[in-house]
Design a protein around this ligand. Structure first.
Ligand code: DGJ
Length: 736
């Protein structure tokens, strides 16, 4: 039982593992937010919702001390009745008015967690159950109902939230803002952590103290984006990896998002998250319902690291699905950085032949196998084989690869259409566009109008022809441009601004069909690298390509940032060739392997042409990956180094849940003179147990010593005989 209702006080208490979240129906049937934080034994903290009179603040109850509309912490604030902070919801009613005033109507509590209509969301499992509270609120004037849905995961410090809106009147109402969550904090003494960047530099960690006014991250690009991730953590100023209170928020959505912390006049903080209201509208005709996507809220009182591990546990158990959920992924070789568009059947078979000898398990044929695609300027939408390149046909190629004992995977970009394509000739109106306006190109392509089932059906039928005619066991689903001139030739005028969201729903629909019809195919999402690394994509694909930047040193920051809320088991990571194609850096082959081992692991190079000494390392590298991958997939991840603060080194660990073994990885980045000797404290071990490092089985050290006194980095160099920038080392600790 995780949800309690105190009838007398009309107070709710949501108890996640070590977290309490409390709310209460207050005077005038408003829904007030009472508390979010470490668990407390008390059932009701209603006394917290009594306020001193707040001068010049609108109130509805004749100066009643419970509700000053610009001061009271609300669960789900609306616009127009005197709360001037950021609203969670706005409407345009049938008279064109935007005021909305939600009041409590009823609630229900039940076991389990509902699925969201047409959208990905976390789910309850036997190992990780949930209980749900639904609170129905209503604006009686506009006759719109909002059901606030809270699901509490009792074994994790997680509460998931969403909102369902229904027009319960007889006239149309428009939602002009429909955020998924609002959380009020009684303090402004917090830092905001966000994940920002650019192409090839995704999810760099930024941390800054909150200050008066509004601080936000968002996307208005039609996808979650390279530039900002739908993740925010608010934490105490003194919180670090291992201590302090942290609140993490992650939006289970792949389109335009908005997340904002607002410090108010009273030095309190309102945090909101949901679909970006910019250019959003949704028309609700009488009886129609709109569901806002899910926000996952994680609370940690043991620092940022514990927040991350909670997200990892939740996503690995309660979000990722399918055959590969708990399985090691096949070690793949992808031909993109090996050949770009310049390949044919012979070249791919040459790569596969060499790769199979080295222990690589799957060949992935990337962009360029369809239509007449020799560069990125044509053929998207023409999902039939380019016979000039794939001479002998796809079936033949796949059979040849299978004969080598390897699986075969293929690349698609199903949401796109090139102006130079058969599809565009036949259906120019299928591109997202505004009639009469010039259409902006990006990577010489347009975006298909995925709000239309006919469009999706057609693309899917072409994909099926490919998938049904060859033994394809992996798909890389790419998405290489943002949306512009967002208009549909098929939606009526009053629904044009729904296209942003309808597009995303269309993508989910097709991914759902694909994963249902082909449950054995491993799906990897990708978007020009990592522009769609979000929890919604994890619902369909157990792994996502992390970044087009495959340089091992750049990846340290990218993978560190990504691990803030996404499990390492989901990070697409490959060993690529040097000099690195993005930054021109040379790094040891061994380090490239160690860094890729943090993720799904694979190769992205021309294995027939790399230096012999690198090629010779591959079989042992693969064995090493296989040995440690169970720890990476199922263990607890600890960040030890932090390249955002100190770019001289990085280190991290994976510790088995039962603490019986741990993998420690270290990368020397930029050496400094006279800084060689350094103690590094390990994390996550059992302090009372004794461990040995595999290469020194006779030398026992207690978990307490390893964590409190640490290990010596100079010793690492001594043992290994290596030194110098970009070298790496792994240590495997085993409990005696
Ligand atoms: C962007 C991806 O991130 C790359 O890995 C590659 O698949 C290209 N697209 C192909 O166009």
């Amino acid at each position: 039982m995780s949800i309690f209702y105190n009838e007398k006080e009309r107070a709710f208490k949501l108890r996640a593992k070590d977290t309490d979240y409390m709310l209460k129906v207050i005077n005038g049937e408003y829904l007030g937010h009472v508390y979010y934080g470490r668990k407390v034994p008390d059932e009701d903290l209603s006394y917290l919702l009594r306020f001193d009179e707040s001068p010049f603040t609108p109130e509805q109850n004749d100066r009643d001390r419970a509700v000053y509309l610009d001061t009271t912490p609300f669960e789900y604030p609306c616009f127009g009745i005197g709360d001037y902070r950021e609203p969670a919801m706005m409407i345009m009613d049938s008279d064109g008015m935007s005021t909305c005033d939600l009041r409590y109507v009823s609630h229900k509590i039940y076991d389990g967690k509902p699925a969201l209509d047409g959208m990905p969301a976390t789910f309850a499992t036997e190992n990780s159950p949930a209980q749900t509270l639904e609170i129905t609120m209503k604006d009686s004037h506009a006759e719109i109902e909002a059901v606030l849905v809270y699901s509490v995961f009792e074994n994790l410090d997680v509460i998931a939230r969403s909102v369902r809106f229904t027009n319960v009147g007889s006239k149309p109402v428009k939602l002009t803002r429909a955020l998924s969550a609002c959380v009020e904090f009684d303090t402004d003494k917090m830092d905001m952590i966000t994940l920002n960047g650019s192409w090839a530099r995704e999810r760099w960690v930024e941390r800054a103290p909150l200050h008066h006014g509004k601080q936000s991250v968002d996307s208005c690009k039609g996808e979650s984006s390279h530039q900002s991730n739908p993740f925010v953590a608010l934490c105490a100023h003194n919180a670090d990896e291992d201590m302090g209170e942290v609140f993490g928020f992650n939006f289970v959505y792949s389109g335009n998002f908005f997340a904002q912390a607002e410090v108010t006049q009273h030095k309190k903080t309102r945090f909101v998250m949901g679909i970006n209201p910019l250019d959003f509208e949704w028309l609700l005709d009488a009886g129609e319902t709109f569901t806002a996507p899910e926000v996952v809220m994680v609370h940690s009182d043991e620092g940022i690291g514990k927040m991350s591990r909670t997200f990892h546990d939740l996503y690995r158990e309660n979000l990722i699905r399918g055959e590969y959920k708990d399985k090691r992924r096949p070690i793949l070789i992808n031909n993109w950085e090996a050949t770009y568009f310049n390949f044919n059947t012979e070249k791919l078979i040459d790569i596969a032949k060499e790769a199979s000898k080295l222990g690589i398990e799957m060949l992935v044929m990337d962009d360029g196998w369809f239509g007449h695609r020799d560069s990125d300027n044509s053929s998207l939408g023409d999902w039939f084989v380019y016979e000039k390149k794939i001479n002998g046909g796809l079936k033949h190629l796949v059979e040849e690869v299978n004969k080598l004992g390897m699986k075969f995977g293929i690349w698609f970009e199903p949401e796109m259409i090139s102006p130079d394509s058969e599809l565009y000739k036949a259906h120019p109106d299928w591109a997202i566009q505004i009639k009469g306006r010039p259409l902006t190109l990006c990577r010489e392509q347009y975006v298909l109008d995925y709000s239309q089932k006919e469009v999706r059906d057609y693309v899917y039928s072409m994909m099926r022809d490919i998938l049904d005619n060859a033994n394809i066991e992996y798909i890389k689903w790419d998405m290489n441009r943002q949306l512009t001139e967002v208009g549909s030739n098929f939606l009526p005028k009053e629904r044009q601004r729904e296209l942003w969201h309808r597009y995303v729903l269309g993508v989910y629909d097709l991914m759902n069909r694909l994963t249902t019809d082909y449950p054995h195919i491993l799906l990897e999402n990708c978007s020009g690298g990592g522009a769609r690394f979000d929890p919604a994509m994890l619902y369909y694909s157990p792994q996502i390509w992390c970044s087009d930047d495959t340089d091992a040193i750049e990846r340290l920051k990218i993978q560190h940032g990504t691990s803030m809320c996404y499990p390492c088991s989901a990070m697409g990571a490959h060993v690529s060739d040097c000099p690195n194609h993005t930054v021109g850096r040379n790094t040891p082959f061994k380090t490239r392997g160690h860094v890729a081992m943090v993720g799904t692991f694979g190769y992205e190079l021309d294995v027939t042409r790399i230096p012999q000494q690198d090629r010779d390392m591959i079989p042992a590298q693969i064995e090493e990956f296989k040995k440690y991958n169970p720890l990476v997939r199922t263990g607890d991840h600890y960040r030890i180094g932090n390249m955002f603060e100190d770019n001289t080194w990085d280190a991290w660990m994976f510790v088995a849940k039962d603490k019986s073994e741990a993998l420690f990885e270290f990368v020397q980045v930029m050496g400094r003179p006279n800084m060689r000797s350094r103690r590094i404290m390990l994390k996550g071990l059992d302090p009372d147990a004794y461990y040995y490092e595999e290469s020194e089985p006779d030398k026992l050290l207690s978990g307490a010593a390893l964590m409190n006194a640490g290990i010596n980095v100079a010793k690492i160099w001594g043992v290994d005989g290596i030194s110098g920038d970009f070298s790496s080392k792994i240590l495997h600790f085993v409990r005696r």
